[in-house]
Design a protein around this ligand. Structure first.
Ligand code: F3S
Length: 283
């Protein structure tokens, strides 16, 4: 049995940085430590942090009711009004917004202030997109598919500024941009897809295309893991989505000779290692 582990599997730079900040704060801060939303889409890590006293705040109301403690803003980033709320309340915060996401906030802030129409290519329900939206001075269009792009009511005289969610699929982004550019020539296109995502997706597709089975590890709510699964499944029909080793049933693997493994940006190394070792030992 040959096992190929993707080099790009697991934590990206932004997630590693955010998780490290939470562990640092859990050890060194006075008073309670909170993260606004789960720090990453990984139950194992969130549970471990909970054991160290880090609580997750799920809503803006919960955040508004705080009177003390430290709030950590996760790598997805948040709308400007969250910083304003924390400042108003005098709550200490540690900003772990990924610098690549922060850059998008600055771009949309500037371009919407200068009267451009912002288009965010991404999933409107994703917190990163909500965060980006929250830095626009005017209502942005949020486009997640070619179909939506085709229907977009774009005005003639307003320049477009197109950005994307950092974890969006590159090929879908290209197709959407092509449609928008046909509608409006005066457009500024910023491919803000993070290279960590592109590299992880490209490597996963490459591996999936030449193995008998592919294992994708990641939290079930992690959108980048879901996309990774879709990409691998296109190349290899025997693609399995697991959260941890517990979900891995090796029965169907008996006839496979070559297995590939990749993992989403919020999957800790420890879990990837466990899965890899288990597959190598058991098959
Ligand atoms: Fe940042 Fe890219 Fe990760 S935007 S959070 S390094 S996927």
């Amino acid at each position: 049995m040959e096992v190929t582990l993707a080099k790009t599997a697991g934590f990206c730079f932004g997630v590693r940085r955010a998780v490290e900040k939470v562990y640092e704060q859990s050890e060194g801060s006075e008073g309670p430590v909170y993260t606004f939303g789960p720090i990453i889409h990984n139950e194992e890590v969130v549970n471990d942090l909970e054991k160290r006293g880090v609580k997750t705040l799920d809503t803006e109301e919960e955040l508004a009711s705080l009177t003390a403690g430290t709030v950590i803003i996760r790598s997805h980033g948040v709308p400007r009004r969250i910083y304003e709320l924390l400042d108003r309340k005098g709550i200490r915060y540690v900003d772990a917004t990924c610098p690549f996401v922060r850059k998008i906030h600055k771009v949309v802030e500037k371009n919407s202030r200068e009267k451009g129409q912002i288009v965010i290519v991404g999933d409107s329900r994703h917190p990163e997109v909500e965060g980006i939206k929250g830095w626009c001075h005017t209502e942005p269009f949020i486009v997640d598919s070619v179909k939506t792009a085709e229907k977009l009511p774009i005005k003639e005289d307003i320049p477009l500024c197109i950005v994307s969610q950092t974890t969006f699929n590159y090929n879908n982004f290209k197709d959407i941009v092509e449609i928008l550019k046909k509608k409006r020539y005066d457009s500024l296109v910023l491919n803000t897809i993070c290279s960590a995502t592109e590299e992880r997706q490209a490597e996963a597709a490459r591996i999936a295309a030449c193995v008998d089975a592919m294992i994708v590890i990641g939290g079930k709510h992690s959108s980048n893991t879901q996309k990774l699964f879709e990409i691998c499944n296109k190349e290899c029909k025997n693609t399995y989505y697991i959260q941890t080793l517990v979900d891995l049933d090796l029965k169907p693997f008996q006839s496979f000779r070559h297995v590939g493994i990749t993992a989403g940006a919020s999957t800790p190394n420890k879990i990837i290692e466990e899965v890899q070792k288990h597959v190598r030992n058991e098959l």
